[in-house]
Design a protein around this ligand. Sequence first.
Ligand SMILES: Nc1ncnc2c1ncn2[C@@H]1O[C@H](COP(=O)(O)OP(=O)(O)OP(=O)(O)O)[C@@H](O)[C@H]1O
Ligand SMILES: [Mg+2]
Ligand SMILES: [Mg+2]
Length: 565
Amino acid sequence: MVIVPQLVGVVGLEIHAQIQSKSKLFSGSQVRFMSPPNSLVSHFDASLPGTLPVLNHRCVEAAVLTGLALNCTINKRSLFDRKHYFYADMPAGFQITQQRIPIAVNGTLVYNHFEGHKWNHGMTKSVKIKQIQLEQDSGKSLHDEERSQTLIDLNRAGVGLMELVMEPDMCGGEEAASAVRELQLILQTLGTCQANMSEGQLRVDANVSVHRPGDPLGVRTEVKNINSVRHLAKAIDYEIQRQMKVLRSGGTVINETRAFDSKSSTTIAMRDKEGLQDYRFMPEPNLPPLFVYETEDSVPAGVDSAQAVVVERLISCLPEMPAQKRMRLVETYDIQLEHSFTLVNEEGLVDYFESVVQKTKAKPRKVIGWVLDDLMRNLNLHNLNVSQSSVNSRPSVFTLVFMSSPVSEEEKASFAHPVISSSGTSLLSRIFSLSCRSVIYEVNFICSLLLVSPLSPEALAQMIDLIESGRISSPVAKQVFQEMWKAPELPVEQIIEERDWWMISDVEQLRALCQRIVDGHPEAVQLIKGGNKRVMNKLIGEIHKVTKGRTDPVQVVAILEEMIF
Ligand SMILES: Nc1ncnc2c1ncn2[C@@H]1O[C@H](COP(=O)(O)OP(=O)(O)OP(=O)(O)O)[C@@H](O)[C@H]1O
Ligand SMILES: [Mg+2]
Ligand SMILES: [Mg+2]
């Protein structure tokens, strides 16, 4: 009997990553998110006749850095091409891209995949990167339903993109999601892309097909409009199931572009004919070949060294990559692998953790709980970032509120969080009095001042040291933490002093306390004397209650035993 293998999914991603740079790929216009429409548009971006592209070498460096971090071969000579298609938000009628020779080829992205999100079901996988090409972004079409108009915003037109084309090496949604998450971290670590999917800085198209292992690959569909990693996984898994159903019922899969609909978690055929489109590729006549040099010495005379892109120079400034960082954290601090993932996933958190570890005498394993449980819980609860450097990578809640409606009294109250410093509060009250629209940009700026952790690593380290030295107990420390959060400007010692939370270490005072409890519980004492040692916990509990946790259980047991036996 011939066993026919089961159908399996095949996934290949194309990822457009917006390059983090001050200006656009071929013009000096600034790159800024949330600027007034058409305020960042040069003549070249608007494709006025007679304007010429000038390559921004910062963008080239970003692509080379990304290529190096993804183990690519960097092409010493790459070329620019025109790819023609007609969209209202692309005034030239073509996009400048790198079709014939892209800047980087043949890389790999190594990522960890945890099946069913279980830490003990982890495996290291890799996906091949066929190429990374530099290209221009298009503008944006804004549809005004009320007036049945489409308005064009060219702020994004000409912003530098890196298109990363992956080989069809993956087989499911969760795997693709894990790969994209790792890529996001790598790009953020390099500083080459902020990689926030909801803000469109990272746009993922999923190419999906199904086939029987051993057979040639099946016909692919391409799913677009995916704006989160979670949606990516859902879109792919839905598409695999859909195609399997089509084939099993005797149908054929059509090579088409589909969109993901997040409401129904399904994919829907888009009515364009992209599969049949002829892009009429041609060499870009206004840009010379792009040269990248291996070493400083190989930069030819006559080429401005400051403008040259030199691989050796870029290798020397490659930062520690997320995978290396996780390994170092586990080895140096003896923390669990799972914890190293959580630390690395949150921008700024590794620095915070290491800073606390440096400043305290406690073991890193004791610090990790405070950082991952207590600090993170509070940060998430108040939608705060761990440090200033991570502020820009989170969408700001304030912006959304202002854009949608005037601010209600309730919403104002929810902003009045204690972390808002007095200067912050006055700024906020000023913007509340302005009209909604004029406020958006100012709010973004203010958010970046306000949305950071109120608790410094120094303060947390001081508190942990107080536990280590036995001056406060662990349960009391939890309360101290909350008070420090509310009043970060107060010294931790003052918080404890004012509430009388110091551990009772005076032996005489402790003895008197224990005596009171022993006298008040004669039956329990009898039972303990009779050999039932477990009843001791009752007495310890009583002491814990009257002192509100300000005693060391070991010391208390020693005194009680001395009194009873
Ligand atoms: N049979 C297949 N199943 C799944 N994915 C596939 C299959 N064949 C190719 N792919 C993936 O499709 C993508 C093809 O991207 P590429 O940029 O080369 O072409 P394109 O999609 O035609 O062009 P465009 O850039 O205009 O979207 C790659 O990510 C590749 O891994
Ligand atoms: Mg492509
Ligand atoms: Mg494609």
